[in-house]
Write a protein that binds this ligand. Sequence first.
Ligand SMILES: Nc1ncnc2c1ncn2[C@@H]1O[C@H](COP(=O)(O)OP(=O)(O)OP(=O)(O)O)[C@@H](O)[C@H]1O
Ligand SMILES: [Mg+2]
Length: 385
Amino acid sequence: MKKSPFIYGSTVSFDSFTNRENESEKLYNNLTQGVNTTIISPRRWGKSSLVEKVLNDINQKEKNIKTISIDLFAISGEEEFLEVFAREIIKASSTKWEDWVKSGKELFKHLIPKINMGIDPTNDFSINFNWEELKKHKDEILNLSESIAKKKNIKFIISLDEFQNIANYSGFELLEKRMRANWQRHKNVTYCLYGSKKHMMTEIFNNPSKPFYRFGDIILLKKITTENWIKFIKKSFKNTDKNISDKNAALIPELMKNHSWYVQQFSHYVWQKSENIASKNEIINALNELIYANTPLYQKEVESISHTQLNLIKAIIHRETQFTSNTVMQKYKLGTPQNVSKNKKNLIKNDIIHEVEGIYELLDPAFELWFLKQFYNKDYLLKIK
Ligand SMILES: Nc1ncnc2c1ncn2[C@@H]1O[C@H](COP(=O)(O)OP(=O)(O)OP(=O)(O)O)[C@@H](O)[C@H]1O
Ligand SMILES: [Mg+2]
């Protein structure tokens, strides 16, 4: 059996990666030329994939630059962050683990690292500090990359995924200040900080009273266009000896509103169901399967939303814009203008809705299809003509 050319659920950076030429070029140039860069987009549009692809390119082409990727998603506090940060920098600075131990011993002035090394050094190397000492001398860790880079005459690119998570650490504000104060002086280290909680990322990077204001370039990642998705889908079918017409291929991004993850998931189901040619039938079956597969998630989501928030979603789905006008408030039972404003904030915070050029929409295109069926008995299959 052939392998599906469509991938979702993990980052894509080689075969299943498409488009993003302009963003890749810009990010490549920024990072290799020392311009710190922040990338912001809603969930699952392709930030991590883009950064992974560009860092792979840099690793291939720029021998003097060492890249480091840390995902803050699973790092729950400042102490752990600083330890992982130090460990990854030390690991990236040399291919030999003997050097890591040496660096660990030589590089700190005040801090005394405890180094642990297992049988497999690549995976079992860790570095710990006394927390009280670490708190006092966190600058030593935050400057470690610059010190190593100078000493070894190399450059570092440090990418921190889900960067907004540091805002949940206790003592975050001080850490944020120290990061900015140290990092802006680095000549040999470039930072790529990105994340999906748009409101949090914007608060960190776009608020003039916050330390990271104007830290570098901000890329607001857009969706891949319908036209490009069609090309990608057609090519992927062709490469695996299957066929899909322009018209049928277009249905996939159109129904999924060009959402990267869902376009890949939908394409995968269509591909899997098509023996040779993807016809309307396969597309209908694939859409049913996609909605069916995601239904438990959507049900859970709806259960966690208050009644008036659900009503606000209904108004949004019906493309209303004047939520606080009397007609709209009454028609959808939105409560008071204060309720509307609070619910809007909550739905944004929980990544359920977002604003695009002044208009609110649901972030999840398939959730919207499911929602219309569930609450209005509107058959999403009718969209496939
Ligand atoms: N350039 C691309 N070409 C093709 N598919 C892509 C591309 N970028 C992303 N995708 C699809 O979208 C999915 C999500 O991508 P990715 O994990 O990079 O997004 P993200 O923005 O980092 O998401 P999250 O906010 O959840 O971390 C991938 O698994 C893949 O299916
Ligand atoms: Mg990601």
